[in-house]
Design a protein around this ligand. Structure first.
Ligand code: PHE
Length: 392
């Protein structure tokens, strides 16, 4: 498998290798097994994304966004070289994420890795990239611990320390809610971390966080007893930092038992599937923080929304925009790198300053996190509607 033909990109065809060898030049590869791709006439990037499983829309949207970016980048190339993207499906699982990172580094000899989305997935793969000193940049994982893995790990999105504060303030100040219940996905580092930030900020503001353990794990489908337990405590708002599959089902079940207070969430709700899973009655009147709004009037954003919608038949969500920006930031870093060694690529990546993307201006700080604005969106049957922009 070589470059994606343009037609395939435009048709939205996703390509991902399933463990097949992807060496372009086998003679070179055997001559220099440590770094074969680094001397070739193309730049090879590995991407680890959930293309299947319960968080598959994250991967599908990301790859769509990256393919649009790739089309722009490869028109002129990066200092004369084409970028080749090898996409690995981690199925939303930590073990598959670790295996994918290992395969991309050991077999494909990639210049850098992009991914993944779910923080628990990225946390499983990052130590492998760190140990091999191969740059790993996630466009979407917001948990604090991700970049603490080491100096080869960076991100082009904001973190949950910011996102959690945005939603605690929105609940207390904008919605005027005083008594929050928090429901946690115990199988997700993202959910646990974001809940912690929200809890602390909401209490600091003067709100009450209801005591009690309200939790579930990914792939659960029946939330009735959990929701009854929550309802009995009488919250006026519920913070649910989960992923869209469980969130969608939970919203639907909550409305069925007339648990009608607003639910608030984070970027994990941002999926074209959420509306479908929750159904039109349960979706409205809930709010999330996210990275991007397709309603943004910025002409650059509108051009992206138009091209994405024409290419893939649906409006882009946060992951589409983050994937697009992430690959453009990576290409920019490759262009400015002193050489294509892993250490020079990493140095160039962390030097990113004020890169104007469609998810905001991206500056990578000393802790290799991006400082960026967030948006608050209302989830409605017609899609997510822009409410506020919050600067860091
Ligand atoms: N921030 C989420 C996490 O760290 C992943 C995510 C990003 C999901 C953007 C949807 C959109 O787990």
């Amino acid at each position: 498998m070589k470059m994606l033909p343009l037609a395939a990109i435009l048709a939205g065809l996703v390509f991902f290798s399933q463990g097949c060898m992807q060496k372009k030049d086998s003679s070179k590869a055997t001559a220099d097994t440590s770094n074969s791709a680094l001397t070739g006439d193309e730049i090879v990037l590995g991407a680890v994304f959930p293309m299947t499983g319960p968080i598959a829309t994250y991967g599908q949207e990301s790859v769509n966004g990256m393919n649009l970016a790739l089309k722009i980048i490869n028109k002129g190339g990066v200092n004369g070289k084409q970028i080749r993207l090898i996409v690995e499906d981690n199925k939303g699982e930590p073990v598959d994420s670790a295996n994918a990172v290992r395969k991309l580094i050991d077999i494909d000899k990639v210049h850098a890795v992009i991914g993944s989305v779910a923080s628990s997935n990225t946390l499983a793969g990052a130590p492998i990239a760190q140990k091999a000193k191969v740059p790993l940049m996630t466009p979407a994982s917001t948990n604090e611990k991700v970049t603490e893995t080491g100096d080869y790990i960076s991100r082009t999105c904001f973190t949950d320390a910011f996102q959690g504060v945005v939603m605690a303030k929105f609940a207390f100040e904008t919605l005027n809610k005083k008594k929050a219940a928090i429901i946690i996905d115990n199988s997700s580092d993202y959910s646990k971390g974001l809940a912690k930030v929200f809890r602390k900020k909401f209490a600091e503001l003067g709100g009450t966080v209801i005591e009690g353990s309200f939790s579930y794990v990914q792939k659960d489908t029946d939330f009735n007893s959990l929701l009854r337990k929550v309802k009995r405590t009488g919250p006026d708002v519920i913070f649910l930092p989960g992923y869209y599959t469980e969130v969608g089902l939970m919203l639907k079940q909550a409305r069925t038992m007339a648990l009608n207070v607003p639910f608030l969430g984070g970027d994990g709700w941002d999926s074209p599937k959420l509306q479908e899973l929750a159904g039109p009655d349960a979706i409205s009147g809930n709010y999330i923080s996210s990275h991007f709004s397709p309603d943004d009037k910025d002409p650059k954003v509108q051009a992206f929304v138009k091209e994405y919608t024409t290419s893939f038949g649906q409006k882009p969500g946060a992951m589409a925009a983050l994937g697009y920006d992430g690959l453009l930031v990576m290409a920019n870093a490759l262009k400015n790198a002193a050489s294509l060694s892993h250490s020079d690529i990493q140095a160039s990546l962390v030097a990113t300053k004020g890169f104007v993307g469609i998810t905001g201006a991206i500056t990578i700080d000393a802790n290799r996190n991006a400082r960026k604005s967030a948006v608050v969106l209302e989830t409605t049957a017609a899609g997510n509607i822009f409410k506020q922009k919050v600067n860091p």
